[in-house]
Design a protein around this ligand. Structure first.
Ligand code: URA
Length: 266
């Protein structure tokens, strides 16, 4: 990981002249220095925060070429077909018995941000689409708050079929669908994985073997974590599930605030 130095001059401290600094700090001097004074403390801190924000701003991703875009679209099409024929899934019999459709995910196959939820709901499996019910409406509202639209991002779930009675995913089900998630991430190559709810969070933190993998969502929500994907450095942002905030205004404002972290990548 790159290291950055921001010289901070506290309460009128003088910036050393370049020849007073260690050689490796000379290029960092003066221009980037931020002074913190008593008088303008709030203003100065905001200046420092802006400077830090700029430093952690990820480099904008290169636009994919038309060839790459069409390879992504083709790979997704193939994956959807495999999911449709995934007879070994522990949820296949239930899918067929109920006349449900699998929902692999929807959105931009070249998205910077992928959102991962738990499993498609009833509305979703009736149409084979992701996040189109009540939770999807919350998600749309959150996306609008950061000037995004669902067509700018990719939406998926750790399970692509709906478990009976909307129960929690079982370990065997998570394992069965894991190859689909691995391939989705390989195709889309997002810079940010935003997990929705505790199942997706724990799944992704374990997948990337992050030290925070045993922490609770109440501790990690809204924190940007770094991880190494096979295609480069990425960020993981744990978020509460939209369904959790549906009828709770306080939780909704927490989710809105956490979403602001994604502005770094917009
Ligand atoms: N809840 C989810 O986790 N995913 C959906 O697609 C819909 C509701």
């Amino acid at each position: 990981m790159n290291k950055h130095v921001v010289p901070v001059l506290v309460q009128g401290a003088r910036m050393p002249t370049p020849h007073e600094l260690p050689e490796d700090l000379i290029p960092l001097a003066r221009r980037q220095a931020v002074s913190l004074s008593h008088k303008g403390f709030a203003y100065d801190v905001e200046k420092l925060a802006a400077q830090l924000r700029q430093l952690i701003q990820p480099a904008p991703r290169q636009r994919s070429t038309p060839e790459v875009l069409s390879a992504k679209a083709e790979a997704l099409k193939q994956l959807r077909l495999e999911l449709l024929n995934f007879k070994d899934s522990p949820l296949y019999a239930h899918r067929v018995a109920m006349g449900y459709l699998p929902a692999l995910g929807d959105g931009n196959p070249d998205a910077q941000i992928i959102f991962i939820g738990e499993a498609p709901g009833k509305t979703e499996v009736e149409q084979g689409l992701t996040f189109i019910g009540a939770s999807g409406e919350v998600l749309d509202e959150m996306l609008r708050s950061i000037n995004l639209d669902r067509r700018d991002v990719f939406l998926t779930n750790v399970l692509h079929d709906r478990p009976p009675d909307n129960r929690d995913p079982l370990p065997a089900e998570l394992a069965a669908y894991q190859p689909f998630m691995d391939r989705l991430l390989e195709i889309i190559q997002p810079s940010v994985i935003a997990t929705l709810g505790r199942f997706a969070m724990s799944y992704i933190l374990r997948k990337y073997d992050l030290p925070e993998k045993r922490e609770s969502i109440s501790k990690l929500h809204g924190k940007l974590l770094r991880a190494h994907a096979p295609y480069g450095e990425i960020y993981i942002l744990p978020l509460y599930h939209p369904a959790f905030v549906l009828y709770n205004a306080t939780q909704k404002s927490v989710l809105l605030k956490d979403f602001q972290k994604l502005k770094l990548f917009v």
